[in-house]
Design a protein around this ligand. Structure first.
Ligand code: 5GP
Length: 190
């Protein structure tokens, strides 16, 4: 039985694990071929559950760090603003960075964070997103390794929240009352 408020299980636990294992194999192949000192950077808070599974499916030496940002993607701020709430704890210069995001929606958050990290001169910068909503995209962002496209529905679980709840659900579910996700469009990146 899904949790109260969840109207549909979109990606069950087992399917999540299949997606993550496949991403892990792809990422492993890439870094074995290209080498480098790999630092996997997760965007908090949403990516933390995915990150925990993903890094254990990568068979290549790596380090882990996190970055927390706030997004302002209200319609009144068309370009979107991103401010850093918690920065990476070390220099990324000369390292191979894999930026990990839970879900790419309009693309503004990813775009801003990519620009910010590129200025710090990593040896390479690759991106990984567990979910993507292509129909909502407003800016083009590169997703080098990605899990699954989903329709324009507001999803929760597997680290993703609604008002800080539902992160502990082991599956990705659709939250009925929220519809297309509009309540979270203002000043949030969790
Ligand atoms: P973007 O800047 O790409 O529009 O927004 C990305 C962020 O918006 C995600 O990292 C996530 O925090 C939030 N977001 C977008 N869609 C959803 C969704 O369906 N569910 C949840 N929980 N958060 C979402």
């Amino acid at each position: 039985m899904p949790e109260k408020g969840i109207t549909k299980i979109l990606i069950p636990e087992q399917e999540i694990q299949t997606i993550v294992k496949s991403l892990g194999r792809e990422i492993t192949r890439h870094y074995r071929k290209n080498g480098g000192e790999l630092l996997v950077v997760g965007l908090l808070k949403g990516s933390f559950v995915f990150m925990a599974d993903l890094i254990r499916s990568i068979e290549y030496p790596l380090m882990v760090d996190f970055l927390a940002v706030s997004s302002y993607t209200d319609a009144t701020v068309s370009s979107g603003e991103v401010t850093i709430k918690m920065d990476i704890g070390e220099s990324i210069q000369g390292k191979s960075i894999l930026l990990v995001e839970d879900i790419v929606d309009t693309g503004y958050t990813f775009q801003k964070v990519i620009r910010l990290l590129e200025k710090r001169q990593p040896a390479s910068l690759k991106t990984c997103a567990f979910l993507s909503k292509p129909s909502r995209r407003e800016v083009d962002v590169p997703i080098d390794f990605f899990g699954r496209d989903i329709p324009d529905e507001f999803v929760c679980g597997y680290g993703l929240d609604y008002a800080q709840k539902y992160r502990n659900l082991p599956y990705i579910g659709v939250l009925g009352a929220v519809g297309s996700g509009k309540p979270l469009r203002v000043a949030t990146h969790e």
